[in-house]
Design a protein around this ligand. Structure first.
Ligand SMILES: [Ca+2]
Ligand SMILES: [Ca+2]
Ligand SMILES: [Ca+2]
Length: 135
């Protein structure tokens, strides 16, 4: 778990990148995540979004990610650290990131790096700050 907190901080900054082309407004990106339009991205909504990403990244469709498939879900700088993150969250050490392990990973990122006030929901203001730190 050495340096994991640092690594995950980098991942958090790029976590929304794949669905947010530069010209997409912050509001549009946030609204896409806020499925029930209550003004917050709950941890459930966030995990739902990430599970959709799992399904897309799972090239062989077995419900688990290989290290290679996982790396594909991360961007640039974060991709370099993907192997370390993968090892840390492959709790049963079977060389795959299973659905539950993937959820644990994303819940951890959400709780430690996205949700600043730790109420299991991301406000637009928190989202905006994350996106601005990315630049
Ligand atoms: Ca919501
Ligand atoms: Ca797979
Ligand atoms: Ca595993």
């Amino acid at each position: 778990m050495i340096h994991l907190k640092h690594i995950l901080a980098g991942i958090a900054l790029v976590t929304f990148a794949e669905d947010a082309p530069a010209q997409t407004s912050l509001e549009a990106g946030f609204n896409a995540l806020d499925q029930d339009s209550d003004g917050n991205v709950s941890i459930r909504e966030y995990l739902g979004y990430r599970l959709g990403q799992l399904a897309r990244a799972d090239a062989d469709g077995d419900g688990s990610l290989t290290a290679e498939e996982f790396r594909g879900t991360q961007r640039q700088g974060a991709a370099n650290n993907a192997a370390a993150v993968f090892r840390s969250f492959d709790r049963d050490e079977d060389g795959l990131l299973g659905r539950n392990e993937f959820i644990l990973f994303n819940a951890y990122v959400f709780r430690t790096h996205l949700d600043q006030d730790e109420n299991d929901a991301l406000t637009f203001e928190e989202y905006r700050q994350i996106m601005q730190r990315r630049r």
